[in-house]
Design a protein around this ligand. Structure first.
Ligand code: SAH
Ligand code: SF4
Length: 353
């Protein structure tokens, strides 16, 4: 059964008309749902009770339950373990930034697009757990709205569990609703999709009228190492990914972010930094170096800070803008899929079930 959040405004209008109600009722419901972020139909007092009761049956609010919430020591990052209606577990993260920092006042939600992930990256807790199912647009929106009820949001990034490009249709529907001016109205440029590099979907994204940001996870400057870290990487070789990114940039004029998860002794040497710089020469981009958050039994470790900085310097010296990601919520396992796979929780402050 679809959730209210799964429908576009047009689809909601059609549904309301099949119930012999005027279509402006759909707009009223939409505004309650996305402008006032109402948690149920009960709040929608200007909509007749009989229509509300019928809609609650046909198009319920998503059944997401926050099972745990962890808060970082500085209280700026909150990570939620969320149970879906069928018992599957996903994670959603809210990252706020210190008001004194450059990112003043930003509040970013990191959403999951799938329960699990089929790509199987060796350093990623989600990938190691395997694939369960795609999330619906409504389940994606519910993660965002859950946080938006507590504080105004500025950005959304698809960097939680799952490969968003492998669930393109539902991810795109969620983005259209998030962007719709009658509702939340988040600007497309404040929304970013992160992908492991599914070339056909990058091409599709380049042709969309809404220009959302693109982040591509590289993790290696050469094909052989990349295929060791990302077991399904052979489907889309590095040169094809870079070509697709060049085409995306030519079409949209937007800078691409390349994510590179730094792993000690695996992909963090200065030679590898130089090879990465050569691969990205002339591409309008920014490289985001992410010191790995080690997962249990992976044998993969985080490099010393000095190695991350040396890697960054090599890239910058070759004209590639590059930053080492400021760690947000390391102590609460904010990397993708890690909370779900852990048994020991650090600071459970919420256990609604
Ligand atoms: N599937 C998409 C988006 C979700 S993963 C992708 O891979 O891009 C979002 C980011 O988290 C990716 O850049 C991924 O490399 C990173 N990530 C996964 N596991 C991590 C870990 N253990 N430590 C640090 N970053 C990690
Ligand atoms: Fe999937 Fe991204 Fe994790 Fe790789 S890093 S397994 S693509 S979620």
């Amino acid at each position: 059964m679809p959730y209210l959040y799964d429908l576009s405004l047009r689809e909601l209008e059609s549904h309301v008309q099949t119930l012999a109600a005027p279509s402006y009722r759909a707009r009223q419901v939409w505004e309650w749902a996305y402008r006032h972020l109402a948690p149920s139909y009960d709040e929608m007092q200007n909509v007749p009770a009989s229509l509300r009761a019928r809609l609650a049956q046909d198009l319920p609010f998503p059944a997401l339950t926050v099972v745990h919430e962890l808060v970082s020591d500085d209280a700026l990052t909150r990570k939620r373990l969320i149970r879906l209606h069928d018992g599957k577990l996903i994670e959603g993260v809210l990252m706020r930034y210190d008001p004194r920092s450059d990112s003043r006042g930003r509040a970013t939600v990191c959403v999951s697009s799938q329960a699990g992930c089929a790509i199987g990256c060796v350093f990623c807790a989600t990938g190691q757990g395997g694939f369960e199912r795609n999330l619906s647009a409504g389940e994606i929106l519910a993660q965002i709205i859950g946080f938006a009820r507590e504080q105004p949001l500025t950005n959304v990034v698809f960097m939680g569990m799952g490969e968003p490009m492998a669930n393109y249709r539902e991810v795109w529907r969620a983005i259209e609703t998030l962007n719709a001016p009658e509702g939340i109205g988040m600007a497309a440029r404040h929304i970013t999709i992160s992908t492991v590099g599914l070339v056909p979907s990058i091409n599709k994204l380049a042709g969309e009228s809404l220009q959302v940001g693109l982040a591509v996870s590289l993790h290696a400057p050469d094909e052989a190492l990349r295929e060791r870290l990302i077991p399904t990487a052979h489907r889309f070789p590095l040169p094809d990914i870079i070509d697709a990114c060049r085409a995306y940039i030519a079409k949209t004029g937007r800078r691409v972010t390349f994510e590179y998860c730094l792993m000690d002794g695996v992909n963090d040497s200065t030679e590898q930094a130089r090879a990465l710089a050569a691969l990205l020469a002339g591409v309008l981009c920014h490289v985001n170096l992410i010191p790995v958050n080690p997962t249990a039994n992976s044998g993969i470790h985080r490099p010393a800070r000095s190695r991350s900085i040396a890697f960054q310097r090599e890239l910058v010296a070759r004209g590639i803008p590059c930053t080492v990601r400021v760690e947000k919520g390391v102590e609460i396992s904010a990397a993708c899929g890690q909370l779900r796979s852990e048994t020991g929780m650090v600071a459970v402050i919420d256990a609604r079930s």
